[in-house]
Design a protein around this ligand. Structure first.
Ligand code: DCP
Ligand code: MG
Ligand code: MN
Length: 346
């Protein structure tokens, strides 16, 4: 998730943001979600400042910046470094932890477990650890899956999906969501929303997705299935894809494997689904919070009202659906001004 990267280079706080971004990425890699979000919020606040923030006091006045982050901002400005970051980068077990947590689908717990069992490298794991099929893919394609995908390649991969889909059912619509829809120059994966006019439940699209994935597998475009599920929340397929290798007379270029997600969305839920799958995750949180402050509830299927909550804030009733189809209408009903996808970076 590009955060500091998309700031203007002449931003007076560019260096501070760069160091904070490294810290955010570190916390992200070790799955410390609270700290990751705190750092990303601080970066996004700094991005909007047009003066240089140099002291703890100045930093504390910014929204979303607490006392500890304010101290760190002053430390970066005065010393041009952050001891906490250097400490994290020097710690050898921290490095192994980060290496292991970089494997697709591996969290802190699994990584710690492997370290406790004495494993230190990916080769150690391949040789002696008991691995699931997905973990093995994650290790064998480690370098591929670590790389971000350039925008033009997201487009090339997306157009293969679109063409194949059109050949199966011309009425189906394929929309690339996620960071691509927010205009990002690179993406961590490709998020593909699959919908069709007239559909009312995601199950209506299941036969289409089965045919699509089978066709794309047969063509060598889809190379691994990591997860697929069908639930009330919607049906999805997670896996890996690859561009066909382009061969000139003498050289053959192999393209990296890329993560791809397919999400089935009935037309009646398209607005809410687009909102959710466009993100980013922090923007989504603030929209959901806003909904709950207004006694409503927002999820990837729709905006609901008259949600009854019990004493502890736990939901007693689902509430009634007010809008699912129209993305703009959801903003209106929440009383917030429409934001284009590229304006939803927090
Ligand atoms: N999402 C969310 N909360 C999460 C995970 C995802 O709200 N915990 C939503 C917002 C994301 C979208 O789903 O934008 C897609 O999820 P990704 O993990 O693919 O994230 P992005 O596409 O935003 O970024 P990246 O370029 O890293 O894939
Ligand atoms: Mg994505
Ligand atoms: Mn995704």
């Amino acid at each position: 998730q590009a955060t500091a990267q998309d700031a203007r280079p002449d931003n007076p706080n560019a260096r501070t943001m760069e160091v904070l971004q490294q810290m955010a990425s570190y916390y992200d890699r070790i799955n410390d979600n609270w700290r990751t979000i705190a750092y990303r919020k601080a970066i996004s606040t700094l991005k909007r400042q047009d003066v240089r923030i140099t002291t703890e006091q100045e930093a504390l006045r910014l929204p979303g910046v607490g006392p500890r982050l304010a101290q760190k901002i002053e430390e970066i400005v005065t010393t041009d470094r952050l001891r906490r970051l250097e400490y994290a980068e020097d710690d050898p077990m921290g490095k192994v932890l980060q290496l292991f947590m970089g494997i697709y689908g591996v969290g802190n717990k699994q990584a710690q477990q492997w370290i406790a069992q004495g494993f230190r490298t990916l080769d150690d794991l391949k040789r002696d650890a008991r691995l699931s099929a997905n973990q093995l893919i994650g290790i064998e394609r480690y370098d591929d899956l670590q790389q971000r995908i350039p925008r033009h390649e997201v487009e090339a991969l997306g157009s293969i999906v679109k063409k194949t889909a059109a050949g199966i059912d011309a009425a189906v619509e394929i929309i690339i969501g996620g960071s691509y829809r927010r205009g990002s120059q690179t993406s961590g994966d490709i998020d593909i929303v699959v919908t069709k006019p007239g559909t009312e439940v995601s199950g209506d699209l299941v036969p289409f997705l089965d045919t699509l994935t089978r066709t794309l597998e047969a063509r060598g475009f889809l190379v691994a299935c990591l997860a697929s599920s069908r639930s009330a929340e919607g049906s999805k397929w997670h896996g890996c894809c690859v561009l066909p290798s382009s061969s000139s007379s003498s050289t053959e270029q192999r393209h990296p494997w890329r993560r791809i997600d397919f999400l089935l969305v009935p037309e009646t839920e398209l607005g809410a689904a687009l909102l959710y799958f466009t993100g980013n995750d922090i923007f989504n949180r603030s929209m959901r919070l806003l909904a709950s402050r207004k006694g409503m509830r927002l999820n990837q299927r729709g905006l609901y009202r008259n949600v009854l909550r019990g004493a502890a804030g736990a939901r007693v009733t689902e509430g009634e659906l007010v809008e699912g189809r129209d993305e703009r209408r959801i903003f209106e009903l929440l009383g917030v001004q429409w934001r284009e996808p590229h304006e939803r970076w927090c």
